[in-house]
Each structure stands twice: as structure tokens, then as C-alpha cells.
Design a protein around this ligand. Structure first.
Ligand SMILES: Cc1cc2nc3c(=O)[nH]c(=O)nc-3n(C[C@H](O)[C@H](O)[C@H](O)COP(=O)(O)O)c2cc1C
Length: 318
């Protein structure tokens, strides 16, 4: 199935279930439309003569990937889409050469997921019960994940429409992030950075990577799209930590824009859910493969042979 069909079919099927609400945004829902508007502000500078053969493969924090398009952190709706949904997602992503990123709750079968062979990153929320948070960090490291993610932006829990969802969270201090760093031997990523100051503090605390993200509109309303703050963030931390991004990326053209802004990897949240709902493991694979094929075509016509050579000058701002 092609991307348009997968997205339409997957969203229709999810909207028929109770979990369909999880596709919506916090409070007014402003962020979701705004994300699209920001991505649509950029077009490409085409270079047809001497077009290059592009390769989408990349190597990030010890993980070899066939594509910079990865899954964004999510767990909760997946088992409700299919009983073995997490394994189907793992296998689909593995076949596409991508990375799986789990969210809250930490999957009970995390070890089984890592044993499929897909590279896995796993997130932990800043639980108010800090003992529980540290236990969770240990638990995921023992399950064989490649990276540990900490949701620095979930200090006020999460919220969809008018309903608070994740409760029992509390903001983390720089000192606590430094303590987490001491307990984590794997690459450590802080997710939910949206300002220069948080990016700087993440680096000070020893983050190997950050995800510039508005949490897919599930925390605070009226947050900017990550690309709007990428320049100030990269000006501060470029070369000191790996910068990833997510929020509204749907096509190869969107992923190219993320790369042009300086992100090493681009996360996809809802598209993975659509692929799974529409066609199971194959649907997840088709989402990543479809995006990667689109990306490869455009990379060749903007003369970018690899993801790390997608430069900002290929973008024309409206
Ligand atoms: C249903 C759903 C569940 C999510 N769960 C988590 C989570 O547990 N932890 C987390 O850090 N982010 C979570 N997110 C946010 C995603 O990781 C990601 O930031 C966002 O979805 C990216 O935007 P996109 O859906 O437009 O691609 C969730 C998003 C959705 C849609």
C-alpha cells in the first residue's frame, strides 16, 4: 500500500476505536495544524544537472540504520491496535532498517522486542516517585535497549484535549539529570527540548543526544514546531550532542527538511500507528520504506549524496 492509502486507511480505522482520541492534541489542538503549516513553509532548490546517487544510510550513537526516519517514542495505543502490535512494529521497523522507540508504559515484553534484533530506544517519564523512575531506568537497560530516553517535557504529565492523561510526574532538575547520567551506561537522550537553555542544560548534564520535540501536542498547548527553534538550539549545542527532531513529519520531503535544519534523525509518531492499523507489520515497514524512497529521490535532485550532506541552502522559505 502506498503512503497516502496507509495514512487514510490507518487513521479511519483508529478513529473508529476509543484510542482514536489519542491522535488529537492538547486543549485547543492548535499545535497539530501549526506543525503542518511550518513544514509547508519550505520548498526545495532543485539541481537536475549532475544529480547524485543518494544513500539514506546513517550511523548514529553506535546504531547503523538504513534511513534517518525512525519511530518516535510511543507504547500506549499499540497493544490496543493489535495484541502483538509491539512485536509487529518491531519486525516492520527492523525490515525497513529503522529504529523502534518505546514510550509509556514501558512494555512488559521489552526484552522480547529487543530480541527481534531491531535497535530499540526506550523512554522513561520523570515519575514523581523517583525510586520508581530509577528502577525503570535499570529495567530498560537490562532489557537490551541501545539508548535510554528521558522525557524531560513530561514534568506536568500529558494532556489530550481537556483531559490530563499521564499523572504522577514532576519536573526534573539539572542535578537530577546529572544523577541519571551517572546511572546510565548507554547513550542517554533527553526528549522534549524546545529551547536553547534546555539544550545547553542537557549538554551540561551529559546528554549524548536530544530530541527537539513538542511531544506530538500531548503536553502544553501553543508550543512551537521544533524547526522553529532548531537554529537557536544548534547554535548552542552543535557538535556537542546528537540532535534529533519529531513533530508532524509525514513524507520523505518532510524528513529532508528536518535534515536540512541539522537534525541527524527524524521521528515519526502517528504514521507508525497508521501503518500498523492499516496493514500490521507490513504497514509499518511500508511507512518507513515509502518515506525513505521519497527521501532518496529528492536527495539525489538536491545533490545530497547522504543524510549528513543535506544542507540548509536546499530550502527556500516562503
Ligand atoms: C498516541 C501517542 C502516544 C505517545 N506516547 C508517548 C510516550 O509515551 N512518550 C513520549 O515521549 N512521547 C510520546 N508521544 C509523542 C511522540 O513520541 C512524538 O513526539 C510525536 O508523536 C511526534 O509527532 P507525530 O505524531 O506528528 O509524528 C506519543 C504520541 C502519540 C500520538
Amino acid at each position: 500500500m502506498d503512503l497516502t492509502d496507509l495514512y487514510e486507511k490507518g487513521e479511519d480505522l483508529l478513529r473508529q476505536k476509543d484510542i482514536g482520541v489519542l491522535l488529537d492534541g492538547v486543549e485547543t489542538g492548535f499545535i497539530l495544524d501549526h506543525d503542518r503549516r511550518v513544514l509547508d513553509r519550505y520548498t526545495f532548490s532543485q539541481h537536475c544537472i549532475d544529480a547524485v546517487e543518494a544513500n539514506t544510510g546513517c550511523h548514529v550513537l553506535g546504531v547503523e540504520l538504513a534511513t534517518p526516519a525512525i519511530m518516535s517514542a510511543m507504547t500506549s495505543p499499540i497493544p490496543a491496535i493489535a495484541d502483538d502490535g509491539l512485536i509487529q512494529v518491531a519486525l516492520g521497523l527492523k525490515e525497513a532498517g529503522s529504529l523502534m522507540w518505546t514510550g509509556t508504559p514501558i512494555p512488559q515484553n521489552l526484552k522480547e522486542i529487543t530480541e527481534t534484533g531491531v535497535p530499540v530506544a526506550a523512554n522513561v517519564k520523570p515519575f514523581e516517585d523517583r525510586k520508581k523512575m530509577f528502577r525503570s531506568i535499570e529495567e530498560i537497560q537490562e532489557a537490551g535497549v541501545r539508548w535510554v530516553g528521558i522525557e524531560i517535557d513530561s514534568g506536568q504529565g500529558t494532556k489530550i484535549r481537556d483531559q490530563i492523561r499521564a499523572t504522577g510526574c514532576a519536573p526534573l532538575s539539572l542535578k537530577e539529570l546529572e544523577e541519571i547520567r551517572k546511572k546510565v551506561s548507554l547513550p542517554l537522550i533527553f526528549k522534549g527540548v524546545l529551547s536553547r537553555v534546555d539544550a545547553m542544560k542537557s549538554v551540561d548534564a551529559g546528554a549524548d543526544g536530544i530530541v527537539v520535540s513538542n511531544h506530538g501536542a500531548h503536553t502544553l498547548d501553543y508550543l512551537p514546531h521544533p524547526l522553529q527553534v532548531m537554529d537557536e538550539i544548534l547554535a548552542t549545542v552543535k557538535g556537542r550532542t546528537v540532535v534529533m527532531v519529531d513533530g508532524g513529519f509525514r513524507r520523505g520531503s518532510d524528513v529532508l527538511k528536518g535534515l536540512a535544519f541539522g537534525a541527524s534523525l527524524i521521528g515519526l509518531g502517528r504514521p507508525i500507528l497508521f501503518g500498523l492499523a492499516a496493514a500490521g507489520r507490513q504497514g509499518v515497514r511500508d511507512v518507513i520504506d515509502g518515506i525513505t524512497q521519497e527521501l532518496k529521490r529528492i536527495m539525489s535532485m538536491v545533490r545530497a549524496p547522504e543524510p549528513s550532506s543535506v544542507y540548509r541552502y536546499i530550502l527556500i522559505e516562503d
